[in-house]
Design a protein around this ligand. Sequence first.
Ligand code: GCU
Length: 430
Amino acid sequence: MACLNPRFMVFLSPLVFFMSPLPLTTAGEFNEDEAKVPAYSLPDPLTSADGTPIKDAAAWRSQRRPELMQLFEQEIYGRTPVGRPPGMTWRTVSEKNDAREGRAVRREIEINLFGRDDGPVVRLLLYVPVRATQTAPAPVFLGLNFEGNHATTTEADIPLPKGWVPNNKGAGLNDNTPSEKTRGVQADRWLFDMALARGYAVATAYYGDLDPDIDDDFKNGVHAVTGKPQAGEWGSIGTWAWGLSRMLDVLEKESGVDGKKAVVMGHSRLGKTALWAGAQDERFAAVISNNSGCGGAALSRRIFGETVARINTSFPHWFTSGYKKWNGREADCPVDQHQLIALIAPRPLLVTSATEDLWADPKGEFLSLVGADPVYRLLGTSGLEITAQPPPDQLHNGPLAYLLRTGPHDVTATDWQAYLDFADAQLPAK
Ligand code: GCU
């Protein structure tokens, strides 16, 4: 692998290789040379659209935050057209008190999002440290997974998802059909035992339960009920983010779980999703973006790695349809991704990058934190406190936290170590 260009390694990861509808790109088509980053200036998160400087928390809250939220809806992710459906119901369909060698109470909870027999059902897999069910409720990490709950664990009794799943060449899955072949294939990305040992609950669900990740004109998942998005409405990222909020509705009521300490997290496209979920839903106490890149934590104006045109071409269903108007025009878009980070302020946020993941622009991910820092400080936190990207494998902990991990686009034990250290230090005490 060492001889491969890191960009191609992104495409060669089994999941992405089969999900990208485009052929491999030609070398040199995308910039991965820092010297070729164009001069750019970032829109100021603390100057409102009419030019008024935002000088205090009250003006941020009443004026600038709503304005930025509306811009991100309009220009990038689309408006979320539904709240919590009045008919939403859920029930615990399995409970095991001695899961994971006695460390956890494991529950599976089926969330019928619209309370309809023919409507979408999300199956939430939840592990709670046994001690938390007896003493104080545990903080919880919540994130979507890519291949089904059964892929996050080797436990044999977690059922396969229903409907479309991504192919996985390494596991021999080639027909987009749920299969035992992928049981446990992502267990190295879901370090449940490590989190449980540190006193955290972890919850995950398959993103395809909400919206299968295919450009099929929004016919299935949640869209089978809500209909094809109107102009200005959500794409798949918005739909997945909405689903995370519905899962939080459930976690808030779960015994052993402290819903006031929920950390929404995600990797890659699901990292973009976690950021958008955290920006919109202020009940999330903290946010983790792992290698989220373009349309996530990375600044678009740097045009480094994946570009807006490229993401809108490869994945036309992820964003609101109007995002395409910024293809090749990143500098004209009224917002950039540091302002998405600012929408999470003052709640703690950890951004992780990987040294070989140039496609996601690690430096651009860090610079988003630099750009959001004035908002974090205006809101009374210590902000980022650094201006240079820290060396690899050293977590910079704080309300704006950052890790550049050595290695490729992935989720590893080093990342989980950082998630846990971040959560230990940054989650509110009460
Ligand atoms: C592709 C895509 C990225 C995305 C990644 C993933 O590489 O270009 O934007 O983050 O897939 O979700 O794995």
